[in-house]
Design a protein around this ligand. Structure first.
Ligand SMILES: [Mn+2]
Length: 245
């Protein structure tokens, strides 16, 4: 980071915070971004970065992935989908029986329902983990499995680094651990260090977007607030977009 304002170097980037199964908020937010682009076009195709956590909590994880895949296939944006801790967890659930019961109990019920997988009754999560794994394996469309495998850890544009959760202060960006990029909270959030890039992230909800010198946090907790947030970055300009579920 220099003493001058951070810049994308000219490219326009739209970054979208944690969606958690909320197509009801993602639909109007994407429409707002498309309207913005139509009313204020750019020569180079803008990037649309999804900051991760597409699954769990909200009602329509399956629909969120389908929307991102549609935007990838057809539309005015170059789409980048980052990997969040909920994608990390879902990949583990598919293969690690020890991890299954906690995921089903805490995060996964809505995701199972959205894929038509029967949810175990409370208390039966451990007993039914193998059945849930098999059903979920069978219910996940190949294009969704492929999507999970393709999610990336980070993307850099100019002075900005896009990641799901944050970075470990004091560790060079090139040496960061994937686990920190997907899961870190307070060590990152409370740091006033210069990370080398301005970190654009989701993962830890706040009432309002946080536009700081060293980081931009745009997870506004759509699954309880109803508000989904995006930031538009272009040159040194930073602009917030929000939509309600
Ligand atoms: Mn997260």
């Amino acid at each position: 980071m220099t003493s001058t304002a951070p810049t994308t170097g000219g490219r326009r980037v739209y970054a979208v915070g944690d969606i958690h199964g909320h197509t009801d908020a993602l639909t109007p937010l994407i429409r707002a971004l498309q309207d913005d682009l139509a009313g204020d076009p750019v020569a180079e195709r803008p990037l649309l970065v999804f900051l991760g956590d597409y699954f769990d909590r909200g009602p329509d994880s399956r629909g969120v992935v389908d929307m991102i895949l549609e935007l990838e296939a057809d539309g005015p944006f170059e789409v980048v989908a980052l990997k969040g801790n909920h994608e990390d967890a879902l990949l583990r659930v598919l293969t690690d029986a020890d991890f299954g019961p906690n995921w089903i109990r805490n995060w996964g019920r809505a995701t199972l329902r959205s894929y038509g997988v029967e949810v175990p009754a409370p208390g039966l999560e451990a007993a039914e983990t193998a059945r849930v794994q098999a059903d979920l394996q069978a219910a996940l469309p190949p294009r969704h499995r492929d999507f999970l495998a393709r999610c990336v850890m980070s993307r850099t544009v100019g002075d900005y680094l896009f990641v799901h959760a944050g970075v470990r202060p004091g560790v060079a960006l090139a040496a960061q651990d994937d686990k920190d990029l997907m899961w870190i909270r307070y060590d990152f959030l409370e740091s006033e260090a210069d990370f080398g890039k301005v970190v654009v992230h989701g993962h830890t909800p706040s009432d309002a977007p946080e536009l700081r010198v060293n980081r931009i946090g745009i997870d506004t907790g759509v699954y309880y607030s109803g508000v989904l947030t995006a930031v538009r970055l272009e040159g040194t300009d930073q602009r917030i977009f929000q939509a309600r579920a």
